[in-house]
Design a binder for this molecule. Structure first.
Ligand code: ADP
Ligand code: MG
Length: 610
């Protein structure tokens, strides 16, 4: 582990920061240092003429002046190899189980060292290349079945190209055993499955593509009104208890990404333990395997040191990029960005930097965007053994917890400038238990046009209503904003004195809210609505609206009792009908059109006139 030792000594200790003298001429910015006696890692963040400053990833309480520090000649890097999935790491990739087992009085035992990924575990490697094959960076050398759900592709590291001079046979290997050798000119290099990548450098790719597929979450309001694109960036601001964590977990559990990297950042330890427990219990509906088999968790609870918390976002996204490069759709889910920004603020305070808004450092925006920038859809470098390219995506979803629900505070405001979609969680909705408490009036997504074709291909063809997903969301949006506009009128006139067409709009808006927007994340059926059921429910609601408008124009009035009966039926379908029972939605639609419409809308005027 110790690459090379240059000796320095601690000359000052300030919170998690240490000043070191004696190595300032040799060290590079962002390289790691290690306090020898305590085995504590730190990162060099400032170099001055006669000392340097490093931030430690652990408590500095027991350190003393004059202690020996060495420079490791590399920056904080992630170990990338089979064994990442199902694991929980801290912000600097220490495996949490092992770490906790070896903690003494809140600190690692002195002199104890262990690796992020097991050096002993054997993996079944299947070579896909042979001797004399020409290869270059990103090419797939072979595969390992990492979990029942995920095939891990062993890729040629970046900057490498040449001819394979040796490759092992199919069999069991550890991640540090030689797998192949590459000859380039006179030199021959040996490779193992394990690669390392510095967390602050995004992994290179061939081309960036426009997002064109939705990350289906199964949460109706998101999938219809505020779609998340695979490769997109979404922020979820919300005050305490508005449901940020529940939304994040619901997305993690049900979204159609191949791999989930969940970064629990500065949240209470019991919440993180709860997440781990839930993930462990969930069975993937398609494969009947535990969800954890496609999950990596980075956990930095609120009582862990801030510097590791600051790193944890970039650690997580680096692992995500690695799986993206294999051609997978990866979702990075970070809870919460505010706790991360607080870590940034704390470190900046210790450095006595000139603070910008509310004490956050002036580089908060650039740091934040350097995280979100790592999202995207890309063509990866290299080919598989059949000559195919790989397209992978990395979606980033981060929650924000603005203090006192003040959405103008720096982290929320900055995030809004950086991301392509915002799901605003609303205190009022949460208090009245209208979950998910996404406020439809001040949330937005820039992705609808990008993903419209995906939906178009999956449109359900009902002769009675010829609108595709994009049109459906426009109409639903329209109905909800009409309701908002009518609010002040209702206050003045009362609902019963409104003209019939406005009454209709309000009734439909209420139906949209009750049956569509509200969704119970803890109900076995309601927790996930697939795209087909979503379209079915929306179209039924819009059918009712379309017919209502036609009838009201002709002078009909709405039979309230019959309307609310149908509204209750629609609501029941939305919340309790299984996705597989789509035929029942179709039958309901036929019944509605053939038998119910004339009972809901009574042609009163016609009767009165004649
Ligand atoms: P936050 O992370 O914003 O502080 P949580 O995600 O912990 O808030 O949510 C607080 C509580 O709100 C949850 O424990 C749960 O009871 C309720 N809740 C939030 N979202 C939903 C939902 N979609 N369905 C049902 N209950 C919810
Ligand atoms: Mg939370």
């Amino acid at each position: 582990m110790i690459d090379h030792a240059l000796d320095g000594v601690i000359s000052s200790i300030k919170g998690s920061l240490i000043e070191i003298k004696g190595i300032e001429n040799e060290a590079r910015l962002f390289d790691l240092v290690k306090v020898l006696n305590h085995n504590i890692l730190g990162e060099i963040i400032q170099i001055h003429s006669n000392y340097l400053v490093a931030q430690c990833f652990e408590s500095t309480h027991e350190l003393s002046l004059g202690e020996k520090v060495i420079v490791l000649n590399h920056p904080l890097s992630m170990e990338l190899a089979p064994g990442l999935l199902t694991k929980t790491f801290d912000g600097i990739q220490r495996p949490l189980e092992e770490t906790f087992m070896n903690f003494k009085e809140g600190r690692l035992e002195r002199g104890f060292e262990f690796f992020p990924l097991s050096r002993e575990k054997k993996w079944h490697f299947v070579p896909l290349r042979k001797v004399n094959d020409k290869i270059k960076n990103g090419d797939i050398i072979g595969v390992v079945k990492e979990t029942a759900l995920i095939e891990h592709k062993i890729m040629v590291p970046h900057t490498i190209s040449g001819k394979i001079s040796h490759i092992v046979e199919e069999g069991e290997y550890t991640i540090i055993e030689e797998i192949y050798r590459v000859r380039q000119g006179d030199s021959e290099k040996s490779f193992i499955m394990l690669q390392k990548w510095p967390i602050n450098l995004s992994r290179p790719f061939k081309t960036r593509l426009l997002p064109n597929e939705p990350l289906i979450t199964g949460t109706r309001i998101i999938d219809l009104l505020f779609p998340i694109a695979k490769g997109g960036t979404i922020g979820i601001p919300g005050g305490f208890g508005t449901g940020k964590t529940v939304i994040q977990q619901t997305i993690a559990k049900y979204c159609n990404a191949d791999i989930i990297v969940f970064i629990g950042c500065g949240e209470p330890g019991n919440e993180i333990a709860n997440i781990l427990k839930q993930f462990a219990e969930i069975i993937d509906p398609i494969n009947q395997r535990p969800l954890m088999e496609r999950v990596v968790v980075i956990a930095n609870t609120s009582n862990m040191p801030v510097s590791a918390r600051e790193a944890s976002l970039f650690s997580g996204v680096t692992i995500a990029e690695y799986y993206r490069d294999m051609g997978y759709d990866v979702a990075v889910i970070a809870d919460s960005m505010s706790r991360w920004a607080e870590a940034l603020r704390e470190i900046s305070g210790l450095l006595e930097e000139m603070p910008a808004e509310e004490g956050y450092p002036a580089y908060l925006p650039s740091k934040l965007s350097s995280f979100y920038e790592r999202a995207g859809v890309v063509t990866a470098h290299g080919l598989d053994h059949l000559g195919n390219q790989r397209i992978g995506s990395l979606t980033v979803i981060g929650t924000i917890s603005p203090p006192a629900g003040d959405f103008s505070e720096p982290v929320t405001a900055t995030t809004k400038r950086v991301v392509q979609g915002i799901l605003t969680l609303d205190n009022k909705l949460a208090y009245s238990k209208q979950y998910p408490a996404i406020n439809w009036l001040n949330s937005y997504s820039n992705y609808p046009e990008y993903v419209a074709d995906w939906w178009k291909e999956r449109n359900i063809d009902w002769s009675e209503i010829d609108i595709e997903w994009l049109g459906c969301r426009e109409q639903i949006n329209d109905i909800l904003s009409q309701e908002n506009d009518l609010k002040s009128v209702i206050k003045l006139l009362g609902q019963s004195n409104l003209p019939e067409d406005q009454k209709l709009s309000l009734l439909i808006a209420d139906l949209v809210r009750r049956s569509f927007l509200i969704q119970n994340a803890f109900d076995e059926i309601d927790n996930y609505t697939d795209y087909k059921k979503l379209l079915g429910i929306v179209k039924i609601i819009l059918l009712l609206y379309q017919e209502g408008k036609k009838q009201v124009e002709k002078g009909s009035i709405i039979n309230m009792m019959n309307f609310s009966e149908v509204a209750n039926d629609i609501s029941k379908i939305a919340h309790t009908l299984a996705n597989e029972d789509f035929h029942a939605i179709e039958e309901f639609k036929d019944h509605l059109v053939n038998h119910k419409f004339n009972r809901i809308f009574n042609n009163q005027q016609f009767k009165q006139k004649f």
